[in-house]
Design a protein. Structure first.
Length: 172
């Protein structure tokens, strides 16, 4: 998608249907349906202890700007439209009271943003969420990383909807 730029009209300019469509209709259509994605994973993921693991996503609930692939680099959402995005992620782990759990949004595989952490719970599941505003140029990508130190692999919990990763464009 291309973010429309506001037009400056001049005195005496003739208004045509093409100008109204390009300058008003297209801008309103973009604002009514900006880039938006929500991804999930249908199965269990079992990250190893003390290793940062990228979360794969095999199901697209919505992907308005075609920034995600279910066959290649499934962990990534790659920006097709530059701007600020509100990005969020959620993951739950099965019961295990040892160590802690962390969830982080990574920009272009290196820059950690908006980390979240919580101790492991011996009863019930340990759920983490993270949300933050991230600027994405066209071609930048974000991923969701998890880390846990239970002493062994630890399954994600799928009974509460599975891992989620989403975002939406909020401004230029």
């Amino acid at each position: 998608m291309i973010v429309p730029s506001p037009r400056t009209w001049v005195v005496g300019e003739i208004v045509t249907a093409a100008k109204l469509n390009a300058d008003i209709r297209d801008a309103l259509n973009f604002l009514l349906s900006p880039p938006l994605w929500e991804l999930t994973h249908s199965g269990i993921i079992a990250p190893a202890s003390s290793t940062q693991a990228v979360m794969p996503f095999d199901t697209e609930i919505v992907d308005r700007d075609n920034g995600h692939s279910t066959s290649s680099n499934t962990s990534r959402y790659t920006s097709q439209t530059a701007g600020y995005y509100l990005v969020s992620g959620a993951v739950g782990f099965v019961s295990n009271g040892t160590g802690k759990r962390e969830l982080t949004i990574l920009l272009n595989g290196t820059t950690e943003t908006y980390p979240s952490s919580i101790p492991g719970l011996a009863a019930g599941f340990t759920g983490l969420t993270t949300t933050g505003r991230v600027y994405l140029a066209v071609g930048d990508y974000v991923e969701l990383y998890v880390w846990q130190n239970s002493g062994g692999t630890l399954n994600t919990n799928t009974t509460k909807g599975g891992p989620r990763f989403g975002g939406h464009w909020i401004s230029k």
